[in-house]
Design a protein around this ligand. Structure first.
Ligand code: SF4
Length: 511
């Protein structure tokens, strides 16, 4: 399927291409001011600035002829509104006109309307913070973004839960959270694009990496102490942070306790132990020793053939066995991840995953929907003709499984508490974290809602600094590969500390 959007508006090209791409998994979308002769569908989009608003007109024409689908969308812009508001109105009107034309033509209704970004719940927080009421917020989400009632209800539940768990969510900007990236895994999963390098046979580089990580943690600890900045949460991710040995974990957590000031006041420390094949009694003992309260053990699915297909190299039995082992070692806050839409899976396999989850009852369950990330092995192999091996469920089944997750969690006392979306996510759905009340991951909320700066250390860790006055976000990415990290962690840490100092200066000036 080739869709072409004809528009003079260069600024909107990306937004429009992203919206059109929602309508066909294999859609090739082009945008530009001229016609594309080989396009099957062409949407001509005109935008005009009017007194008091903007008008977008879309006309969808098929190559084979026929009556065009014509849509008009208007957005109000008050007189004297800043340029930014007019730009947003243009984006919303053009997006909505294109969306409605494609919805009419295909019969597919997009649950998230024109939204293609990662963090829809920020739209609610933003409005609540500005003092907008619930009804008014709902109306705006429907009218401006065309989000479905079902997704608005989900967002409301999530935001309510976040504010119940973190009543001071809007006032935590004076603290930071830490993210520690450990970039190793036993093998690489086919759908993964995280910094995850095969740990086998690379012990030398693991040691060198950890030496750098210890130093970097020490530098950040010094900065926290010097500036009196508190830490709200700490999250070890990667990769799989339990890929390293029990001794290496022990040394790392000992250092954390030594260098992070007031660690007893940190509200939550999470270690992803995602791959069950990395979990051992010795490592669980280390987690217990350092009172690490929250871990993740990720089945992704309880269908063995799928695990084999996606290259996870562990068994379903091992997931269950390691979960029980973790319980035996006192782990009282365990998260499990499931993925909807793994290759070869439909509602039947997903129902099995939920039934198996019921036997374990982890404190939280994160339900992802598969996305075909451009750099993953799975996407590459599908492109290269291995489509059968990675065939996935259709849109209707994906929607059905998303609802199954919501119903199952509701019936079992879990509450949705964070949500994010990704590009090329199946069925244009979302990833949702569900938790038993009181067992939500605070880090996930803070990171997703971008209410607080995150200081990332280690491989592939991205720091996000939030300007206290404007809310503007700047990012600092640590090197992704262990080798590059080993060579340049110090430069990256120094740049980060300079940026953190600048952030504090701006905060002082803003007070
Ligand atoms: S275990 Fe997680 S981080 Fe490691 S390769 Fe698989 S998906 Fe990626």
């Amino acid at each position: 399927m080739r869709i072409h959007i004809r528009t003079e508006d260069k600024v909107l090209e990306r937004t429009l291409a992203n919206i059109a791409a929602l309508f066909a998994d294999d859609a090739s979308v082009t945008v530009g001011p001229a016609d594309a002769p080989d396009a099957e569908w062409t949407v001509a989009l005109d935008l005009s600035d009017l007194d008091g608003g903007v008008l977008a007109r879309a006309a969808l024409v098929e190559a084979g002829g026929g009556e065009p689908v014509r849509i008009e969308q208007r957005r109000r812009v008050p007189d004297g509104a800043p340029d930014e508001e007019r730009r947003a109105a243009r984006r919303q009107a053009a997006g909505a006109a294109l969306l409605e034309a494609l919805e009419r033509r295909t019969g597919i209704v997009q649950p998230w309307g024109i939204l293609t970004g990662v963090r829809p719940t920020k739209l609610l927080h933003d409005r609540y913070r500005r003092g907008l009421g619930r009804e008014e917020t709902r109306r705006e989400l429907r009218a401006l973004y065309r989000i479905s009632e079902e997704k608005i209800a989900l967002m409301e539940r999530i935001v309510d839960r976040q504010l119940a768990v973190l009543p001071d969510l809007y006032d935590l900007g004076h603290e930071v959270s830490l993210y520690v990236g450990i970039p190793f895994c036993p093998t690489k999963c086919a759908y993964c694009t995280f910094p995850a390098y095969d740990i086998n046979g690379k012990q030398g580089s693991v040691d060198d990496f950890l030496r750098g990580l210890h130093e970097e943690m020490r530098m950040i600890g010094d900065w926290l102490r010097r500036t009196g900045t508190g830490v709200t949460t700490i999250y070890y991710g990667g990769g799989t942070p339990t890929s390293i040995s029990a001794e290496q974990m022990d040394a790392l957590y000992a250092l954390m306790h030594e260098v992070i000031p007031n660690i007893e006041r940190v509200r939550e420390i999470t270690v992803e132990a995602g791959r069950p094949d990395t979990i051992t009694p010795e490592k669980l003992e280390v987690l217990r020793k350092w009172k690490i309260g929250r871990i993740s053990i990720n089945p992704q699915t309880y269908t063995q053939a799928t695990l084999d297909r996606i290259g996870r190299h562990h068994t379903v039995g091992e997931t269950v066995e390691k979960f029980r082992l973790a319980r035996k070692y006192g782990m009282g806050n365990i998260n499990m991840d499931l993925i909807i839409g793994l290759p070869g899976e439909g509602p039947e396999e997903f129902a099995r995953s939920l039934a198996e989850t019921e036997k374990l009852m982890p404190e939280s369950l994160t339900v992802h929907t598969l996305s075909f990330k451009r750099a993953s092995e799975m996407t590459r192999r599908r492109r290269e003709g291995d489509g059968d091996r990675y065939r996935v469920a259709g849109r209707e089944d994906i929607v059905r499984m998303t609802r199954m997750a919501l119903e199952w969690t509701d019936a079992h006392g879990y509450v949705p508490y964070y949500l994010y979306r990704q590009k090329n996510i199946l069925g244009n759905q979302e990833n949702v974290g569900y938790a038993k009340p009181g067992r939500e991951s605070l880090y996930n909320i803070l990171m997703m809602e971008e209410m607080q700066s995150i200081v990332g250390i280690g491989c592939g860790a991205t720091s996000k600094f939030i300007d206290p006055a404007t809310g503007e976000i700047t990012r600092h990415a640590n090197p992704k590969e262990p080798k590059a990290y080993i060579e340049s962690w110090k430069r990256a840490a120094e740049a980060k500390i300079e940026a953190l100092d600048r952030m504090l200066e701006r905060r002082a000036a803003a007070l």
